[in-house]
Design a protein around this ligand. Structure first.
Ligand code: SF4
Length: 343
């Protein structure tokens, strides 16, 4: 029988495995520190665990760490894009975004994605598999190691729909949040969903103050259906209700991602629908001048349209900002790096 992958276990799973070996409770923290605080690549490195336990763990579990396939560094702003190979040969990408003393890691939660968003290269390639908790958390460790610093923020905004892999994403966030893991504050850990309502409801009931972002991209149902076909199951009306309930329960703000696409979702009617959607909701709108996706007819909105949206939202009392473009001189939209490497 092949050894179980230690990266498939959440914290409780690690604790149970150690308990079954007759180990005291504090060993869990030691193991988490080695796996997610220090990014160990071999049980032999875990020098504060007894030698017999290291041997026992190595016999029961496989231990993999992402292997670098390709790295691109933006000459413009230092953004780094990574393509990693996982234990089974699957590849995923992450992005490291340095800004002053901060390092934000944009991580993937699935290999591929089933949501099929029109503006996304990953969506067009389809779904392959869910990532394990450790495969999600390891991206942060690997990127931070490459920068030679610790990560201060992480966002699940790379490949995949995090709420389609809810348990693994939350388990990874807990490793990233833990003092003996990556030690990143809960509010600095953001999960970005295409609007999966059951996931939003579950997140509202979690004890940690993780941040929620929603890829909205249109507040007009027909436009959203065509841009984000995978999100059709959760209509805007129900999404708005779920978000109001989330804000009510948690007292926390929701961030909307809105990629502005010329002629598709940047019209005056779209703006008015967005204003209605945001009215009375504790939210922040991130306006994103969309990156061109090779082979797609979608083009970015003009500067004037972006500015019109920002101004109208702010005038209506809705917090809004235009996302500064990062890494424009390296591969752009999510999924492009992986596709290029596998082509
Ligand atoms: S934008 Fe995100 S949710 Fe949509 S297809 Fe791409 S990876 Fe999936």
């Amino acid at each position: 029988m092949p050894a179980a992958d230690v990266k498939s276990l959440d914290r409780t799973g690690l604790a149970e495995a150690l308990e079954s070996l007759g180990e005291p409770g504090y060993r869990t923290g030691q193991l988490v520190r080695w796996l997610y605080g220090r990014g160990a690549t071999d049980f032999e490195q875990m020098t504060d665990l007894p030698e017999a336990l290291r041997r026992e763990l190595a016999g029961r579990f496989s231990l993999s760490f992402p292997a670098l396939v390709r790295r691109q560094v933006s000459a413009a702003d230092g953004t780094r894009k990574y393509l990693w190979r996982l234990g089974d040969g699957a590849t995923v990408e992450s992005v490291g975004l340095p800004a002053g003393s901060r390092l934000t890691v944009c991580l993937s939660t699935q290999v591929g994605c089933a949501m099929g968003c029109a503006f996304c290269a990953t969506g067009r390639a389809g779904f392959v598999r869910n990532l394990l908790p450790g495969e999600i958390a390891d991206q942060v460790t690997a990127v931070a190691r490459d920068f030679g610093t610790r990560a201060t923020n992480a966002v699940a905004m790379g490949q995949g729909e995090p709420f389609a892999n809810y348990d693994a994403t939350l388990a990874a966030f807990r490793f990233l949040n833990a003092k003996d893991g990556a030690g990143i504050g809960a509010r600095h850990l953001t999960v970005s969903t295409s609007g999966v309502i059951p996931g939003i409801r579950r997140l509202a009931s979690e004890p940690e103050q993780f941040t929620l972002a929603v890829s909205l991209h249109s507040a007009v149902q027909s436009t959203r259906d065509s841009l984000m076909p995978g999100a059709r199951r959760w209509p805007l009306l129900e999404l708005r209700e779920a978000l109001a309930a989330y804000v009510e329960t948690t007292g926390r703000r929701v961030t909307f991602e809105y990629a502005l696409i010329d002629g598709a979702n940047d019209t005056e009617a779209e703006l008015q629908a967005l204003l209605r959607f945001c009215a009375g909701l504790l939210c922040h709108v991130n306006l994103i001048p969309v990156n061109a996706v090779p082979g797609s007819a979608l083009a970015r909105s003009s500067k004037q349209r972006v500015e019109r949206f920002r101004h109208a939202l702010q005038s209506a009392g809705v917090e809004a900002s235009v996302r500064v473009e990062r890494g424009a001189d390296i591969d752009a939209a999510c999924g492009q790096l992986r596709q290029r490497c596998e082509a």
